[in-house]
Write a protein of this length. Sequence first.
Length: 89
Amino acid sequence: MFLTRILHDFALKELKKRYQIEIHSGKIPIPQTKLQSKIKEMDGLICFPYDKINKATIDLDKNLKVISTYSVGFDHIDTEYAKKKRKFV
Protein backbone atom coordinates (compact mmCIF):
# COMPACT_ATOMS: atom_id res chain seq x y z
CA MET A 1 0.00 0.00 0.00
CA PHE A 2 1.40 3.38 -0.97
CA LEU A 3 0.35 6.58 0.79
CA THR A 4 1.09 9.91 -0.85
CA ARG A 5 1.19 11.55 2.58
CA ILE A 6 1.25 10.43 6.20
CA LEU A 7 -2.03 9.74 7.99
CA HIS A 8 -2.89 10.01 11.68
CA ASP A 9 -1.17 7.49 13.93
CA PHE A 10 -4.35 5.52 14.68
CA ALA A 11 -5.04 5.07 10.96
CA LEU A 12 -1.47 4.01 10.21
CA LYS A 13 -1.57 1.52 13.07
CA GLU A 14 -4.66 -0.14 11.61
CA LEU A 15 -3.28 -0.19 8.07
CA LYS A 16 0.01 -1.70 9.24
CA LYS A 17 -1.90 -4.62 10.79
CA ARG A 18 -2.99 -5.72 7.32
CA TYR A 19 -0.64 -4.19 4.77
CA GLN A 20 2.96 -3.39 4.11
CA ILE A 21 2.95 0.41 4.00
CA GLU A 22 5.18 2.86 2.18
CA ILE A 23 4.68 6.59 2.76
CA HIS A 24 5.89 9.45 0.57
CA SER A 25 7.78 11.94 2.72
CA GLY A 26 8.94 14.48 0.19
CA LYS A 27 7.42 17.37 -1.70
CA ILE A 28 3.63 17.77 -1.61
CA PRO A 29 1.92 17.10 -3.87
CA ILE A 30 4.00 14.10 -4.83
CA PRO A 31 5.63 14.69 -8.23
CA GLN A 32 3.93 12.64 -10.95
CA THR A 33 7.20 10.95 -11.89
CA LYS A 34 7.70 9.69 -8.33
CA LEU A 35 4.06 8.64 -7.98
CA GLN A 36 4.24 6.75 -11.25
CA SER A 37 7.47 4.98 -10.28
CA LYS A 38 6.10 3.96 -6.87
CA ILE A 39 2.67 2.86 -8.04
CA LYS A 40 4.16 0.22 -10.37
CA GLU A 41 4.88 -1.99 -7.35
CA MET A 42 1.76 -1.49 -5.24
CA ASP A 43 -1.57 -3.24 -4.65
CA GLY A 44 -3.21 -0.16 -3.15
CA LEU A 45 -2.98 3.62 -3.16
CA ILE A 46 -4.19 6.16 -0.64
CA CYS A 47 -3.99 9.64 -2.10
CA PHE A 48 -5.09 13.17 -1.27
CA PRO A 49 -7.12 15.76 -3.24
CA TYR A 50 -4.03 17.46 -4.66
CA ASP A 51 -2.70 14.18 -6.15
CA LYS A 52 -3.78 13.74 -9.76
CA ILE A 53 -4.53 10.11 -10.53
CA ASN A 54 -4.94 10.04 -14.30
CA LYS A 55 -5.08 7.39 -17.03
CA ALA A 56 -1.31 7.29 -17.45
CA THR A 57 -0.81 6.65 -13.74
CA ILE A 58 -3.55 4.01 -13.55
CA ASP A 59 -2.13 2.17 -16.57
CA LEU A 60 1.29 1.75 -14.98
CA ASP A 61 0.34 -0.77 -12.35
CA LYS A 62 -0.87 -4.25 -13.16
CA ASN A 63 -1.19 -5.14 -9.44
CA LEU A 64 -3.15 -2.10 -8.28
CA LYS A 65 -6.49 -3.22 -6.87
CA VAL A 66 -7.78 -0.16 -5.02
CA ILE A 67 -7.42 3.61 -5.12
CA SER A 68 -8.59 5.41 -2.02
CA THR A 69 -8.65 9.12 -1.30
CA TYR A 70 -8.44 10.97 1.97
CA SER A 71 -11.06 13.53 0.99
CA VAL A 72 -14.75 14.06 0.48
CA GLY A 73 -14.51 14.48 -3.28
CA PHE A 74 -12.75 12.35 -5.85
CA ASP A 75 -12.57 14.61 -8.90
CA HIS A 76 -8.76 14.33 -8.82
CA ILE A 77 -9.08 10.64 -9.80
CA ASP A 78 -10.15 9.49 -13.23
CA THR A 79 -12.79 7.23 -11.70
CA GLU A 80 -14.42 6.18 -14.97
CA TYR A 81 -11.11 4.95 -16.32
CA ALA A 82 -10.20 3.30 -13.02
CA LYS A 83 -13.49 1.38 -13.03
CA LYS A 84 -12.93 0.34 -16.65
CA LYS A 85 -9.51 -1.03 -15.67
CA ARG A 86 -11.04 -2.74 -12.61
CA LYS A 87 -9.15 -0.55 -10.15
CA PHE A 88 -11.75 0.03 -7.48
CA VAL A 89 -12.12 3.55 -6.16
